[in-house]
Structures are given as C-alpha cells and as structure tokens.
Design a protein around this ligand. Sequence first.
Ligand SMILES: Cc1cc2nc3c(=O)[nH]c(=O)nc-3n(C[C@H](O)[C@H](O)[C@H](O)COP(=O)(O)OP(=O)(O)OC[C@H]3O[C@@H](n4cnc5c(N)ncnc54)[C@H](O)[C@@H]3O)c2cc1C
Length: 341
Amino acid sequence: MMMVWCCCCCCCFVFCFVCRLLSVVCFGVVVPSSSCCSSSCCCSPTDKVTCGKTMVRYENLAGGGVDVHYSDGSKERADLVVGADGIWSQVRAQMHEEDKKTATYSGFKVFAGICEYTPHDIKEVGYKVFMGKKKYFVATDIGKGRVQWYAFIGVDANEETPEGAEALTWLHDDVFGEWTNEVREIIAATEVSAVENRALYDRPPQITKSWSDGHVALVGDAIHPMMPNLGQGGCMAIEDAFVLADELAKIDDKSRVPEALRAYRWRRQVRTAAVQGLSRFGAEMLLRFFDHPMRVEMEEGKMMPRVVNFGYLGFLMAAWKVLGVLDTTFKLQFNYLFEEP
Ligand SMILES: Cc1cc2nc3c(=O)[nH]c(=O)nc-3n(C[C@H](O)[C@H](O)[C@H](O)COP(=O)(O)OP(=O)(O)OC[C@H]3O[C@@H](n4cnc5c(N)ncnc54)[C@H](O)[C@@H]3O)c2cc1C
C-alpha cells in the first residue's frame, strides 16, 4: 500500500483515479479548490481529503518515506509527495534551494470574466480570438448561454491598471473602444463581481535542475509554468499525472519510487519544454511583433480607396494572411499537442 500526498488543482483528479486503479490509497490529498472537493472521485469514502492546509516543507526519511510539515505545525507521513503547488511552488523552492521564489514577467496582464451572452454564430464557432497590437481578446462558449472571456493586455510589470467597475469601463471604452461590437458587448454584459485580473508569469524549462528529490516529485506549473497562449498549462499538468502514475505502476516495491520519478521526468522533459517554448514564443510574437494587417478600404464619400496600416509589419501580416502562414503554424502546433504524452 502506498500513501500519496499531493496538492494541486488539475492533477488530483487523474492522480486519484490512477491511484485507485493501482489499489493505492491517496493520503492527505490537499485539494484547495472547492469545485475539486465536490468531485466524487476526490471525496469518496476511500480517500482522505484535507482542505485548507499549507505545506511549508518536506523531509525525506532515511527509511524511504516523506514527512510533510504544514504551517499549522501538524505533519503527515507519506510514501510519495507530489508537489503540484503551482508556479510559486514551495516544494520546488525547497528542492532547488531557491532563496526567493522567482518567475519571469511575460509583459502581459490578463483580465478574465464570465457573462451571459450568446454570440450570433454560436452554432458555428465555440472559441474566438480577436487579435490586435499588444492586446488580444479570447471568448469561449461555456454553455447555458454564458461566455468566458480573457483580455490580455501588454503592460509594464509596475504599470497600474484600473480595478473593479473602473476596469470594465476602461476595457470597454479605451482598450477595446474601437474593436468589433462583439468584444464590447461581452464586456458590457459582465458583472463587476465576475471579473478578476492578474499579471502573467512563466519560467524557462528546467533542463539542469531535478524534477524529483528522493520520494518527492514536481508536476504541473510547479515545474513547467507556461504562458496560456496555447491553453496547455493544465493539459501538461494532467499529462504529467498520467505519466507519473504510469511509471509508478511499473514498480513493485516502494524503495523503487525514486527510480520511477526519474523515469517520469525523462518522459516529460522534452515535450513540456517544447510546449513552454512555443507558448512563450506565441506571447512574444503578440507582444513585440504582431500588428494589424495592411488593408485597402473605401472611405465614405470619397472616390479613391485608402491604405490602412501601411508599413513593414502591416505588409508582412497581410502577406502572412494571404499565404496562410498562421493556419499552417497552428496545424503543425496542434498536431504536436494532440500527440500521446
Ligand atoms: C488566463 C489563463 C488561461 C489559461 N487557460 C488554460 C487553458 O485553456 N487550458 C489549459 O490547459 N491551461 C490553461 N491555463 C493554465 C492552467 O491554469 C495552469 O497551467 C494549471 O492550473 C496548472 O495546474 P497546477 O495544478 O500545476 O497548479 P495550480 O492550478 O496553480 O494549483 C496549485 C494549487 O496548489 C495550492 N498551493 C500552493 N502552494 C501550496 C502550499 N504550500 N500548500 C498547499 N497548497 C498549495 C494553490 O492554492 C493551488 O490551488 C491558463 C492559465 C491562465 C492564467
């Protein structure tokens, strides 16, 4: 019987599921999100779920187990600790002896909201990205007449942006003031209480540093946080959990856990680094490079057309559009992303 301590959002479901397949008991699974806690998988009578505890340090024991110490002074013992504690991971900080938890500011801040809105083309399109210079807007149909949206805005790390109701007005009137009606209608349909914002960070791939220490492993954002441009951070965390469970299923003795953790790392290293790189590349392109394509437009009351967004980047973007560069890039990317982990 193996006991596992794991703190995460994305990974716990898969991990608990696989652990049960392996006749393993999930011990002290910390599931901070209330939506996760309501999942029957995590809260079944065979699992012990602990909410609201903060892990401060782990201690690999000479006999092979691990002690997990919490901020309230309590501790738990497990055979395996999975550090799925996000980009500011305490488990990673201890494992890599980081004095200060660090991450790289991406240049983007994101405002996210949910509102009741039904786009006119809901039957044809479920996911839309509206792109502009140093900003883009993503709208996703999340069912029951609701849309979830993200507004990514290029701002300096220390630049202040409005909060609350002022943020909605700012997004509606200034940031997206001249954009298509759909974007502004979505913002206008959003309640202030349904909007949150945060600065976006990632970290470079961890090639030289370990992903495990004895009976402790890192998964998800704790080891490979990435920009959300490809929508892959959560997917990679779930793949990690799948591969980790697969490697653990191959061992027949607890003493071989460190070996399984190393095998897990080698299977995940290249793929997660590639997706981290592609996500960062996408963000950099949008922040530093992307512009509106050059186009020719007729002005009302005038005989001659005018050229809008004339310039090197505008021309390049128009050429890309004609040549289908983005379509091809997206196809290649998605073929890779949908491969088996
Ligand atoms: C705007 C945006 C859009 C995104 N869109 C997508 C998408 O479409 N698809 C996708 O796959 N991914 C997406 N992502 C990425 C995804 O959200 C993350 O990659 C994913 O949540 C990482 O999961 P995780 O379990 O590793 O970490 P997290 O989700 O960060 O969970 C870590 C958990 O650990 C807890 N914790 C932290 N420290 C401790 C501690 N010391 N003790 C106990 N608990 C602790 C935290 O409270 C938190 O609940 C998006 C991200 C953003 C910001």
